[in-house]
Write a protein that binds this ligand. Structure first.
Ligand code: NAP
Length: 483
């Protein structure tokens, strides 16, 4: 029997007001219904915001280390359930089981990291210029935050928004992506069982336009943390800026990996294959542009194509599979549309580019890992985010040309370089237009204890993750004491 998952509002598991549900299906095998979720609308979101508003004063007043105890307990519960939660993630999102296990483990670490931040919720003591005056700052929570998350990291992204908000003393309403809501639901379940007070965390599933959009309308909401597409993020920004709400937007990327002539070819191939194709290229930090110095180009391309052709695509639960399906028919059609665009623009399709069909493949959304060569910087496949396993390769005349090509994009999330030349590596670090700068590693693969975020049109607002994340969820109060 398929389970129906409820919303979590004011400490209770509840149906949405309309009693309507929507389906969550396995993108590798669409006959499998993973679960049914509440098709919530504005009224459900507003009830959750009301609950969060009521819960805030007591939660904010609880000493931060005590708030941390709840997060530690939730981390422990999630860790105990890791094998099952990871398998569910593969069933709802499609990524391979090792990728899902890594992500749930990361969510556990995120909960623990911010739990410990409770004991470090410090301000600063700053010398006053007046005698007998002590001056210092305090961090204070703001109130209710709306959290809107995408499907591609269905556990880690909710975790990296929930945990800093909660430890800061804010209360939240989370609206996870409709295509993969179960992984977020499991975190909220763990928080509930860990004893989080009623109303501090609320989870409401439903469409972006019906439920997500309504978060921005509730008067108690003091800020919104959003991760997703530029289209939706920019709309949300327009909506909340009139109310001067805090907003944090993490959006798309067109992340380059530069390979210089001195690079070790095998290392560069592994970095490109990992960055471009793992998680089906569905990471905001995936590499979608390889910028290769001419001298190394022929050797690199030969090995890159051979390695890419060996990737095994299929159901992520199969231990022999390297690359899972696209999340949906819609995303698969977007990937194929860009293959078509690339061909029409005159790029050379060197491998992949087709939907994989036959047998069980017909039950899912599978596409061959794809490489285009001869890509020019003005082509759409060099400029627009595909969000699938499609790599565009551009040739560079030298280091300066590679830097010019890398920076010729509206996005600026992640960028990497493969080289042993220290001076060029440092010039890359200083001049690349990216929030995440990576050397001799894939563009993807960030760690929770460091700040995360992009530049240019990839991001807006304060950084997520690491200690820095607390800045978004708190405000500074300044105190002068005459003694
Ligand atoms: P999306 O379509 O923008 O959806 C993101 C979230 O916003 C979902 O929960 C969605 O709900 C909700 N939403 C949709 N319309 C809304 C509206 N009008 N008001 C409020 N919320 C609304 O993005 P996605 O397809 O899930 O994710 C892929 C995108 O996320 C890519 O562009 C990727 O680069 C980006 N991403 C960025 C980062 C980063 O940190 N920079 C990380 C991961 C992903 P529904 O699911 O119900 O539509």
């Amino acid at each position: 029997m398929t389970e129906t998952f409820k919303n979590y509002v004011a400490g209770q598991w509840v149906d949405c007001k309309s009693k309507k549900t929507f389906e969550n299906r396995n993108p590798a095998y669409t006959d499998e219904l993973v679960g049914k979720f509440q098709a919530s609308e504005a009224a459900d979101v507003h009830a959750a915001c009301d609950a969060a508003e009521r819960a805030w004063p007591l939660w904010a007043a609880l000493p931060a280390p005590r708030r941390g105890e709840v997060l530690f307990k939730a981390a422990e519960l999630l860790e105990q359930r890791l094998p099952r939660v990871a398998e569910e993630m593969t069933r709802e999102e499609g990524k391979t089981l090792p990728e899902s296990k890594g992500e749930v483990k990361r969510s556990v670490s995120i909960l623990r990291y911010y739990a410990a931040e409770g004991a470090r919720m410090s301000g600063q003591q700053i010398p006053s210029e007046r005698e007998s005056v002590m001056a210092y700052t305090l961090r204070k929570p703001l109130g209710v935050f709306g959290l809107v998350t995408p499907w591609n990291f269905p556990s880690a992204i909710p975790a990296w928004k929930l945990a800093p908000a909660l430890i800061a003393g804010d209360t939240v309403v989370l609206k996870p992506a409709s295509q993969a809501p179960l992984s977020a639901w499991r975190i909220v379940e763990a928080l509930h069982e860990a004893g989080i007070p009623a109303g501090v965390v609320n989870l409401v599933t439903g469409s972006g336009t019906g439920a997500g959009n309504a978060l921005a309308d509730h008067p108690a909401v003091r800020g919104i943390s959003f991760t997703g597409s530029n289209e939706v993020g920019n709309k949300l920004y327009d909506k909340v800026s009139a109310r001067r709400l805090r907003i944090q937007l993490e959006m798309g990327g067109k992340n380059p990996t530069i390979v210089l002539a001195d690079a070790d070819v095998d290392t560069a191939v592994e970095i490109l294959v990992n960055g471009a194709f793992f998680s089906t290229g569905q990471k905001c930090t995936s590499c979608s542009r390889a910028i290769v110095e001419k001298a190394i180009y022929p050797k690199l391309m030969e090995k890159l194509i051979a390695r890419t052709r060996k990737l095994r695509v299929g159901n992520g639960l199969d231990p022999n599979v390297d690359v899972g399906p696209a999340i949906s028919e819609h995303q698969l059609q977007t990937d194929l549309k860009y293959v078509d665009i690339g061909k029409k623009e005159g790029a050379e399709l060197l491998c992949g580019g087709k939907r994989i069909t036959g047998g069980l493949f017909d039950k899912g959304f599978f596409i061959e890992p794809t490489i285009f060569a001869g890509v020019k910087p003005e082509m759409r496949i060099a400029q627009e985010e595909v969000f699938g396993p499609v790599l565009s390769v551009l040739q560079a005349d030298g280091f300066q040309d590679a830097m010019r090509l890398a920076n010729k994009a509206k996005f600026g999330l992640a960028a990497s370089i493969v080289s042993k030349d220290l001076s060029r590596v440092h010039e890359f670090i200083n001049t690349i237009e990216a929030g995440l700068i990576v050397v001799n590693l894939p563009t993807a693969g960030v760690e929770y204890q460091l700040p995360f975020g992009g530049t240019k049109s990839s991001s807006f607002g304060m950084r997520e993750q690491g200690h820095t994340a607390l800045d978004f969820y708190t405000e500074t109060r300044t105190v002068y004491v005459r003694y």
